[in-house]
Design a protein around this ligand. Structure first.
Ligand code: SF4
Length: 461
């Protein structure tokens, strides 16, 4: 059965971001700088490719026996005194969190590093039920104060410059007007967040890796906010996607060495905190969330995407992401990997995302767990095309291209005609209404002759 065509479009959603050309250039260069740091860190390890291979194999194995490892994790976590919950979807996850809060008469929660709770839209849900929820990662707190979602999974406020943050903190935290000094602004955020940490009844964290063998889990942060929250609050709730389980503690080293290097070029994340059992007087809950993951697991074409360790390297390298900003992807996880995961959750709503890629393969080259990202994006395009989820204009255009590219003489004629037309009527090519490609791009001047003609000429010489 055909699905109806989507309502949001990546290119249109990127328009607001693209209006500030200077900011776009800065965003592009900053993320490329992070990608370059990743390259340097990778080349310093002679065993880098072996590590990637090992990580990929461990994840493949864990996914092939996911049910066994999850049951083992549950059993060992329970033995350690952790209460384990299972959530089939976002709604159930949010309900479980709220129930736990109500059991403890809790109204204040601090949260750290959890893209899963973004995926489940936990914040608006808790706020609706009268809970004060505060994101404690500095970048996440910044976007929370701006009432917007993170634009990157590792660098949530990377779309903003110091000036934006100075204005925001002046408005919400009472810092001096016009102040942009990072040290001063960070101090102000620290004082503000310390108060929230001290008042919190409950701390929610994400989970980077859960170890079936031990029933423990690891949370990686650069600010130590997960540790502070989880140690100060009486209740610690950790939410994890079911794909985060790995078989043994000895596998952790492989992933921890890859994660920070791929994410920011650091040799290791500043805090890689291991949680095994609740401290005396504390309760600890682990929520295992499916929310479409078993559906992805059952799909041979897309199950590989569940290997993702959320390092963000594919975003930092993606030429489309760097120039369109994370919010244009209108989903919790932006960029190449998000464009594979999102249509699995809602094919209609996210049908545009697999097309927001040049398919250049750079994402696949940097992925530490060897996910064939660009191949999966290409596959999604075919699946969406067959499901009728591609917009009619694109379908007509592709059919036209098929005709053109499969007839060499027609292709030659169209090339000649196009070059002449662009020369005589440049406004046709640059007209955003007739040619949406021209809205955010400068059309190049048409070449005097085609490559084919030039080549034929050289042959004659
Ligand atoms: S798909 Fe690979 S590169 Fe992208 S975030 Fe996941 S692990 Fe990192």
């Amino acid at each position: 059965m055909e699905t109806t065509v989507r309502t949001t479009h990546h290119a249109e959603a990127a328009a607001a971001f693209l209006r500030d050309e200077e900011n776009v250039d800065w965003h592009n260069e900053t993320l490329w700088f992070v990608r370059s740091k990743r390259d340097k860190a990778a080349t310093l390890l002679p065993e880098w490719e072996d590590l990637r291979e090992q990580a990929s194999r461990i994840k493949n194995h864990a996914l092939s026996r996911l049910d066994d490892y999850l049951v083992e994790l549950e059993k060992n976590a329970q033995q350690n005194g952790i209460t384990v919950h299972w959530a089939s979807d976002a709604e159930e996850h949010n309900r479980i969190v709220l129930d736990i809060m109500r059991q403890h008469n809790a109204t204040q929660v601090v949260k750290s590093k959890s893209m899963l709770t973004e995926e489940c839209h936990l914040n608006p849900y808790l706020i609706k039920h009268g809970i004060d929820v505060v994101d404690t990662d500095l970048g996440e707190r910044i976007v929370q104060l701006r009432n917007e979602p993170p634009s990157h999974i590792v660098l949530p406020a990377i779309h903003l410059k110091k000036k934006h943050i100075g204005d925001l903190f002046h408005q919400h935290l009472g810092t001096d007007a016009g102040a942009t000094d990072p040290q001063y602004l960070t101090e102000a955020a620290r004082i503000h967040l310390r108060q929230k940490f001290l008042l919190a009844d409950v701390a929610i964290t994400g989970v980077n890796f859960a170890v079936a063998e031990t029933g423990g889990f690891v949370v990686c942060t650069n600010e130590g906010n997960a540790d502070l929250g989880a140690h100060l609050a009486k209740v610690h709730i950790a939410s994890m996607g079911i794909e985060k389980v790995i078989p043994k503690g000895e596998h952790l080293g492989v992933f921890l060495r890859l994660l920070a290097r791929s994410a920011t070029g650091q040799t290791t994340t500043t805090y890689s905190s291991h949680f095994r059992r609740p401290a005396p007087g504390q309760t600890m809950h682990l929520i295992l969330v499916d929310n479409g993951r078993t559906r992805q697991l059952a799909s041979p074409d897309f199950r590989n995407s569940l290997k993702c360790i959320r390092c963000g390297a594919c975003m930092n390298t993606c030429p489309v992401y760097r120039r369109s900003g994370g919010h244009s992807y209108h989903t919790a996880i932006a960029g190449p990997i998000g464009s594979i995961l999102a249509p699995n959750i809602d094919m209609k709503q996210y049908a545009d995302l697999p097309f927001a890629s040049t398919l250049c393969g750079s994402c696949t080259n940097v992925c530490p767990v060897k996910i064939d990202i660009h191949q999966q994006l290409y596959k999604w395009r075919q699946v969406l095309g067959e499901a009728g989820a591609v917009e009619p204009a694109k379908k007509v255009g592709m059919t036209g291209m098929d005709v053109l590219f499969s007839r060499p003489s027609l292709y030659r004629f169209a090339g000649r005609a196009g070059r002449r037309l662009m020369k005589l009527f440049p406004s046709l090519a640059n007209n955003g209404k007739l040619n949406p490609w021209a809205i955010h791009r400068d059309m190049p001047k048409p070449p005097a002759q085609s490559f084919r003609d030039w080549y034929a000429e050289q042959e004659k010489k």
